[in-house]
Design a protein around this ligand. Structure first.
Ligand code: PXP
Length: 253
């Protein structure tokens, strides 16, 4: 029988780097640079396990052409975040990324503010999951770390959930942060028990990432804004390497 591995011996979570905000800067002048594809290649050189981008309904940053170029140029899995809007789903089915993450989307929001309430969209989501899976595209659903939502994700046939870490990241007082972390841990354990792969992301940065990376049931972290913001000062490869170093498993400092 295998002895129980300490958290330090566990493989670190995979790191997905979200390149949306490289495109945000480019869209500020509607030109060609900075190029999210070039950035993605740098991220991979620096140790990103996969690349993530979000094709928003309002196309405020990533464009369909970026997804197409990322799909062709990057030799690690591409995860495309998307809402259930038909035109976005059609782009995904045409371009066939390795996986998709279904997220809620509101036009007015600055970023994805919460997880998808799967229970409100059960029928549509079930069909969507089947549609993607029939094209060999893996499906993850972005949810709040709430047990009923984990159960609903398993019921609609998703293979993965991504737990929204925004409340943890925004928690001010240490006691509140601890409570949010415990909630993430419970949801991650429950998802894993149901056979789901568990990812986590949103608002994770160089100061708050370690306790989440140390959760043994979390297999993947997806991080965008903080890495791009850090890249302004140290370059994107260094920014990714620093994040990689932080998410090695081990007790949080
Ligand atoms: N995961 C999902 C599903 C997201 O929608 C986002 C934001 O696009 C992220 C992770 C990354 O969040 P952040 O940019 O705050 O690191």
């Amino acid at each position: 029988m295998r002895s129980r591995a300490s958290s330090a011996e566990l493989a670190p979570p995979r790191l997905g780097v979200n390149v949306d905000h490289i495109a945000t800067v480019r869209q500020a002048r509607l030109g060609d640079s900075p190029d999210p594809v070039e950035a993605a290649l740098s991220c991979v050189r620096a140790g990103a396990d996969h690349i993530v981008c979000h094709l928003r309904e309002d196309r405020r940053h990533v464009q369909p052409r970026d997804v197409e170029r990322l799909r062709g140029a990057v030799n690690v899995p591409l995860n495309l975040e998307l809402s259930m809007a038909e035109d976005v789903v059609a782009v995904a089915l045409r371009l066939r990324p390795y996986s998709v993450t279904v997220v809620p989307e509101r036009r007015q929001e600055l970023t994805t503010e919460g997880g998808l309430d799967i229970r409100r969209h059960l029928g549509r989501l079930k069909r969507l999951v089947e549609q993607f899976r029939s094209q060999q595209i893996a499906v993850s659903i972005f949810i709040d770390p709430i047990e009923e939502h984990v159960a609903a994700a398993a019921n609609v046939g998703a293979g993965q959930v991504e737990l929204h870490t925004g409340r943890y990241a925004r928690a001010g007082a240490p006691a509140q942060r601890k409570a949010e972390l415990a909630q993430l841990q419970r949801a991650a354990r429950q998802a894993k028990r149901r056979g789901l792969v568990v990812a986590a992301g949103h608002g994770l940065d160089y100061h708050n990432v370690r306790p989440v990376a140390a959760l043994r049931d979390v297999a993947e972290l997806n991080i965008g804004f903080s890495i791009v913001a850090r890249a302004v000062f140290v370059g994107i490869e260094q920014a990714v390497r620093e994040m990689r170093a932080l998410i090695r498993r081990g007790p949080a400092r």
